[in-house]
Design a binder for this molecule. Sequence first.
Ligand code: GLN
Length: 292
Amino acid sequence: MNSVKKENGKPWRIIDVINWGVDYFENKSLENPRLEIEIFLQHILDCKKIDLYINFENEVSAPDLNTLKGYIKRRLGNEPSQYIVGKSNFYGRNFYVDNNVLIPRPETEILINACIEFLSMKDNPEIIDIGTGSGCIGITLAKEIPSSNVIAIDCSEKALAIADKNAKYIGIKNIDFVKSDFLKQSIDLRTDLLVSNPPYIPKEDISTLMADVKEYEPSEALTDNLDGLEFYRVFSKRFDRMIKIDGALIVEVGKDEHPLEAKKIIEQSGYANIEMIKDYNGDIRVLKVMKC
Ligand code: GLN
């Protein structure tokens, strides 16, 4: 193996690279230094996280160190590590991602759990996922509930191509992808579950986001270009027509006042059966609106 020596004459082992990366990213004020270096090493060495720590004494080759150097350079230009390696983990599975789709967020797993719990009583549930992006929500539900049928909608052709690739990679057939702009086109379908993690950041807040997000993630996946509440207005308008009796709308919401503002919009449309689901920090992340 083509090896590179450290200053002390010893080769770089996996653990040395991890320790170096944690320090380096910490100094550059990245939020999750360990996670960042782990994502890069897992991709370069084509292994799972646990393998890094089991094989921690293995030497990292010169070409691999060189590849890592290139990744770190891109990361320092604020490109998210998930776009650099082209994948992101969600609900225990890898999804292809590029800058045409939002990087799946761990919080969205709370939305998935709420959906799985809600659907556990239903046979062959029908699900519509609005703004599927990478497909992480629709695909995860289709995989976790094999008897379900999922329709996943997005306005972006490029996002749908990624989502389709993910469905094939994860190996599911019970999902169809449809190109449609939900805010502009109505959908003449009734479903047991309407689910979405819509673009909910107010346009005026975009400038306050981290550079990684605002410079690299697709803006149409982040904001409705209005007050961040437009999707909830349209969900409320279409609720009756799109959701079956005993069905539900389960949607992710943002931070601070956003969950209560979204809830108010839905309530004002006459739907009072709303459950607020919190994340591990105690923040409201999901609204579940039942149709009785
Ligand atoms: N449904 C995708 C996700 O949750 C994309 C969401 C979006 O683009 N707003 O990651």
